[in-house]
Design a protein around this ligand. Sequence first.
Ligand code: ATP
Length: 285
Amino acid sequence: MLERAFGKVNLALDIVGRRGDGYHELKMLLQGIDFCDEVEILPARELQVTTDRPDVPDGPGNLAFKAVLLMSERSGRKPNVQVRITKRIFAAAGLAGGSADAAAVLRGLNRLWSLFWPAEKLEKLAAELGSDVPFCIRGGTVLATGRGEILEPLPDLDEHWLVLAKPRIEVSTAWAYRNYSAATVTERPKLAPLLAAVQANDRQALYAGMGNVLESVTCRTYKEIAAIKEEMVRAGAARSLMSGSGPTVFGLVDSQEKGEAVLAAVTNKFDVETVLTKTLRRNES
Ligand code: ATP
């Protein structure tokens, strides 16, 4: 059984408060993208999870492993499967790669074990694995609040092309949130106009409303993030932004040709992993 595990970008990430449990209270506009890992699930004698990348953990350190154990525990099935993950989504990048793999395991085992659990139930289980995992069950365009696990699906956007560029630097999510200070934010997403833009499928208003408050942390320390953003716009992107806690930067472009030009420009100037992709509709993932 093969499941595709699609990544996401944040069209918006705002921090609106601090919770008693130490997490930040978030408001995010999440968008599924056509850039995926492949997750193969096969019956086996015992649970085994492997990937094709040395920098992504095999076994219990992999979120997909925890996803199998959770499904096994709640369904009463033995966790006797082999999960083989072919990684394409850049790792530790702000694209929810690990979360997408875990969500793919929940969907895949739901089918393999003929459980017929509805997506809502899978999303609840997903929240036990991580904040971005519930979104990855169905993807699309979603307003995510709380830690990111409270989902309000929005109408699908018309297709957007986007270029992703991940500089070869490591940005820890915990570090980015720890160093966040509202006082240093220069650009906040404009959530209300942004949501209106999604409803109306208005591209210009969408570009204008986007924003990520964590750029105030990462761009200060990692100059290449800001530089890649600028280069994307110079090369023809209508808007560029960092996704999640980074370091991936994405640029929205109004055609595939422009996307190719932007991709060539950033590849020329920076040491980056890149891909040209497009937005996905809900349940296409
Ligand atoms: P998010 O956007 O949800 O914060 P991310 O894109 O920043 O995620 P991931 O690719 O999910 O980051 O990886 C974060 C860490 O999780 C990595 O350092 C890696 O060691 C670990 N990890 C566990 N399982 C996986 C997996 N299946 N794929 C990638 N990383 C995984």
